[in-house]
Design a protein around this ligand. Structure first.
Ligand SMILES: [Zn+2]
Ligand SMILES: [Zn+2]
Length: 239
């Protein structure tokens, strides 16, 4: 499997950066994980968007979902030429107007997920776990051919990270905060929280959701000190 980082910042990027979006290739399928600001444009450097098999939105915060409408315009345009099927869109069951409008986009086949929801589509199995974040947010565990990938979306430390990560060979975790800023009531984990999970479950871990107000060199150094991989936009990681 391989993971390409399209956008790594949140809740907003610096000049030239992008917010959350990742392209996962597993079991011969192409899966877009979140679709934040600038992600559609970044995606086009790696594939034709009509070739996406699945889109997973961890939650309906703008930094993870705002480019979905642009992807919709693209698919709608190509669809009119009769060249595109509908990718499955896994997204939280969420009643906010923003969530409802994106879930209803006609170019996707939306599947609303809840805690513990799992399914198998086209040889890929998906399992969703409720995370700890201010809006309904789901981490996803994706398995194919004996390989397991885990993505936390946005979350602070929570018990459901255990079934998400146990036995996974590759993980992408939200480590937005430096250790000095971590806190029980924060919406994200810290880099050292992620490092603890990576060691406990012996999983190769990329840490993302960089806050652009930090000194990035300090964040990268802390991630490497934790034995994890700092997300880099445009870079592909293979397991
Ligand atoms: Zn975010
Ligand atoms: Zn969020």
């Amino acid at each position: 499997m391989e993971l390409t980082v399209l956008g790594k910042y949140g809740p907003f990027p610096p000049a030239g950066g992008r917010t959350s979006g990742y392209l996962l290739k597993i079991g011969g399928k192409k899966i877009l994980l979140d679709c934040g600001e600038g992600v559609f444009s970044a995606l086009r450097a790696f594939l034709s968007p009509e070739d996406l098999d699945f889109v997973v939105l961890s939650h309906f915060h703008y930094d993870h979902a705002c480019d979905l409408g642009v992807l919709h315009y693209y698919l709608e345009n190509r669809g009119r030429k009769g060249t595109v099927g509908k990718p499955v869109l896994f997204c939280p069951s969420d009643d906010s107007p923003f969530a409802r409008s994106l879930s209803a986009l006609s170019t996707f086949r939306a599947v609303a997920v809840t805690d513990g929801f799992s399914c198998e589509e086209e040889g890929i199995s998906f399992s969703f776990f409720r995370m700890r974040h201010p809006v309904p947010t789901f981490g996803v565990r994706i398995c194919s051919g004996g390989q397991t990938f885990a993505y936390s979306g946005d979350t602070n430390v929570t018990d459901t990270l255990i079934p998400l990560l146990e036995g996974a060979s590759f993980a992408l975790l939200d480590g937005a905060f430096l250790p000095r800023d971590k806190g029980e009531n924060k919406p994200h984990m810290s880099v050292d929280d992620c490092g603890g999970f990576a060691r406990k479950y012996a999983v190769k871990t990329v840490i993302s959701h960089f806050i652009s107000d930090y000194d990035e060199a300090e964040v990268v150094a802390e991630i490497e000190r934790q034995g994890c991989i700092p997300a880099e936009e445009g870079k592909t990681y293979r397991v």
